[in-house]
Design a binder for this molecule. Structure first.
Ligand SMILES: Cc1cc2nc3c(=O)[nH]c(=O)nc-3n(C[C@H](O)[C@H](O)[C@H](O)COP(=O)(O)OP(=O)(O)OC[C@H]3O[C@@H](n4cnc5c(N)ncnc54)[C@H](O)[C@@H]3O)c2cc1C
Ligand code: SF4
Length: 323
């Protein structure tokens, strides 16, 4: 029942190439950025690693730079730097708002963009000490055979609870990944899969190097439901962007905290001559359909489903009025 860290070797490469080589060669390696998620899990006897590769000394992974009309954010950029960036606040407001809701100010001094995107999924039966989980006979995600939330199912339903992914998704963000085969890019939503035990499309030996945000196309915002307003993971979160085009207002909607991965909700544009009240009622229903909260948190799934739909309708209506 120890809450101390297990033994591991710590290495701190100075280049991306050295980090990729270490990932391929070191014994049971795991990347560590700010450590605000990883170290807590390791203390709980989760996320085992014989070698931790600290990526915070790699210049290629740091900072926010203009790329054409868009923006590239390095994976090791700390959340406090994102919080202070004027371009982000002005051009990608949902991203800036989401950053400010992540953990507390002290966490954001260490926590990084890449760590937030690669955050482990969360569940009442998983984020517990080793002795707690042992006493409850471990579960499917780690060490056991049966899911406590959906015992007849074969997949883990733990929730993805990162705040940044949905905000990047509604701005058309792309994740840049480096590995032995070179670089590849994926739309943020394609980086995730609906499996709480294996939710990242990251191959062995790969590192997220950053995120590319295309030129901003409209207004955006982010809201989340949480138990404690000052510091808490989203029980449900929603990011929305709204852009005016010739055929009407286009909404991009993305949810977090309700499924094992962040998900997008499809909506046709709101045409200029359409009944807006009816459109927003449909939007709320579509969000309710897409959200799939399970008994993985302290709050009833139904409340989270209704809460995320209500937040989405309010946000969409406010953005539409402002646009
Ligand atoms: C009290 C508390 C409250 C929190 N509240 C929130 C919250 O409200 N919202 C929220 O989103 N998070 C929250 N968190 C979780 C965490 O603090 C943040 O998600 C943070 O951004 C994680 O970043 P990090 O750099 O510390 O990641 P780390 O802990 O270093 O890493 C997390 C995971 O990502 C992997 N990883 C890190 N960098 C890379 C990379 N470049 N490429 C590939 N894999 C990588 C690591 O191997 C590890 O598996 C909270 C944590 C705590 C302790
Ligand atoms: S959803 Fe099921 S398998 Fe996944 S962590 Fe929770 S109890 Fe374990």
């Amino acid at each position: 029942m120890s809450a101390t860290l297990p033994d591991f070797e710590l290495i701190r490469p100075a280049t991306l190439a050295a980090a990729i080589a270490a990932l391929q060669e070191a014994e049971a390696p795991r990347l560590c950025a700010g450590g605000t998620d990883l170290i807590v899990n390791m203390r709980h006897g989760l996320s085992p690693a014989a070698t931790l590769i600290d990526i915070t000394a790699i210049d290629e992974l740091a900072g926010i730079v203009r790329q054409g009309e868009g923006l590239h954010i390095g994976a090791a950029t700390r959340l406090c730097e994102l919080e202070e960036d004027d371009t982000l606040a002005r051009a990608y407001p949902a991203v800036a708002e989401a950053v400010r809701t992540i953990a507390g100010p002290a966490h954001r001094q260490a926590a990084t963009l890449g760590g937030n995107l690669c955050l482990d999924t969360r569940c009442l039966y998983y984020n517990q000490s080793d002795w707690w989980r042992r006493a409850n006979d471990f579960c499917l995600k780690y060490g056991g055979d049966v899911c406590r939330v959906a015992p007849s199912g074969k997949r883990c339903r733990a929730a993805f609870s990162g705040d940044l992914a949905p905000a990047l998704m509604v701005h058309g963000g792309e994740i840049v990944i480096a590995g032995g085969e070179g670089l590849r890019r994926l739309p943020v939503q394609d980086f995730y899969r609906e499996d709480g035990a294996d939710h990242l499309a990251l191959e062995k030996g790969e590192i997220v190097t950053g995120v590319y945000l295309p030129p901003p196309a409209g207004l955006s915002a982010y809201r989340k439901l949480r138990l404690r307003g000052a510091i808490d993971f989203p029980l449900a979160g929603v990011a929305i962007s709204c852009a005016r085009r010739e055929d009407g207002w286009h909404f991009a909607i993305a949810l977090t905290g309700t499924n094992s991965c962040p998900v997008m909700v499809e909506m046709p544009p709101l045409a200029p001559d359409e009944d807006a009240a009816a459109y927003f009622r449909t939007l709320g229903r579509q969000v309710q359909k897409k959200a799939s909260p399970q008994r993985t948190t302290a709050i009833a799934p139904h409340y989270r489903r209704l809460g995320v739909a209500a937040m989405a309708v309010r946000l969409a209506r406010d953005l539409w009025q402002a646009a």
